[in-house]
Ligand binder design. Structure first.
Ligand code: GSH
Length: 204
C-alpha cells in the first residue's frame, strides 16, 4: 500500500490527499512534525534528500517527492490527466504557474500567518508577496470567468494543484471576494465526488 509522508496543515500535502480521495485509493498516512525538524532527520532525508513533504512511498519501496510529480504519477491513467496532448501541456502550464507564480506568495503568507514569529524580514517582504499573490489570483480569475475548470471542461490535477492553497488564501490575509469566478470554482471543486477538506484528520 502507498504511504504518504505529510503534514496535516500543508497545502502541498493536501494536493496529494485530495487526489487520493478523488481516486478512492487507500494509503497509510504519516503526519510529520515538520516545524519540529521531522523532515530533516537522517531517516527522512534517506527517503527524500530534498527534506520536504509531501513524499510518497510506492509499493516497490521507492520514494517520490514534489507534489506536482506525485499528482502526475497518481493521475496518469485516470480522468484527471487529459487525453489530448494540448490539454496535458496546459495542465503542466498551470502546475508550473502554481509553483513559480502562486505558491511562493499565497502559500508562504498563509504559512507565515499560522506558524512562527512575524519577523521584521517577513514584514518587509509582505507587501510585495501579497501583490504578486493578487496578480496570480487575477490570472486565475481571467481563465475561470468563462470556464468551469482550468483546463478543458473537466477537473484535472491542475485544479487540484491550484485549489490547495487558493481556497485557504484568506488564512494569509487575501480577500477572495474580489475574485467571484475563483470563488465559484472553489465551490465547484468542493462539490466534486470524493472531496475531503484540508483539515480532515487522517489516521495511520
Ligand atoms: N515544491 C514542493 C514544496 C514542498 C514544501 O515546501 N513542503 C514544505 C511543507 S508545505 C516542507 O516540507 N517544509 C518542511 C521543511 O522544509 O523542512 C512541492 O510542491 O511538494
Amino acid at each position: 500500500m502507498l504511504t504518504l509522508y505529510d503534514n496535516n496543515d500543508s497545502g502541498n500535502g493536501y494536493k496529494v490527499r485530495l487526489l487520493l480521495a478523488w481516486l478512492g485509493t487507500d494509503y497509510h498516512y504519516v503526519d510529520l512534525d515538520i516545524f519540529g525538524g521531522a523532515s530533516r532527520t537522517p531517516e527522512f532525508l534517506a527517503r527524500n534528500p530534498i527534506g520536504r513533504i509531501p513524499t510518497l512511498e510506492l509499493d516497490d519501496g521507492t520514494h517520490l517527492a514534489e507534489s506536482g510529480a506525485i499528482l502526475y504519477y497518481l493521475a496518469e491513467d485516470s480522468p484527471y490527466w487529459p487525453q489530448s496532448r494540448r490539454d496535458r501541456a496546459d495542465v503542466l502550464k498551470w502546475m508550473f504557474f502554481e509553483q513559480y507564480s502562486h505558491e511562493p506568495y499565497i502559500a508562504v503568507l498563509r504559512s507565515w500567518s499560522r506558524h512562527g514569529e512575524i519577523t521584521q524580514q517577513k514584514r518587509d517582504q509582505w507587501g510585495e508577496r501579497e501583490a504578486k499573490g493578487y496578480e496570480a489570483l487575477g490570472i486565475m480569475e481571467g481563465r475561470l470567468e468563462g470556464h468551469d475548470f482550468l483546463v478543458g471542461d473537466r477537473p484535472t490535477i491542475a485544479d487540484i494543484a491550484l485549489f490547495a492553497y487558493t481556497h485557504v488564501a484568506d488564512q494569509g490575509g487575501y480577500d477572495l471576494a474580489r475574485f467571484p469566478a475563483v470563488q465559484a470554482w472553489i465551490d465547484r471543486i468542493k462539490g466534486l465526488r470524493g472531496h475531503v477538506s484540508i483539515d480532515a484528520v487522517l489516521k495511520g
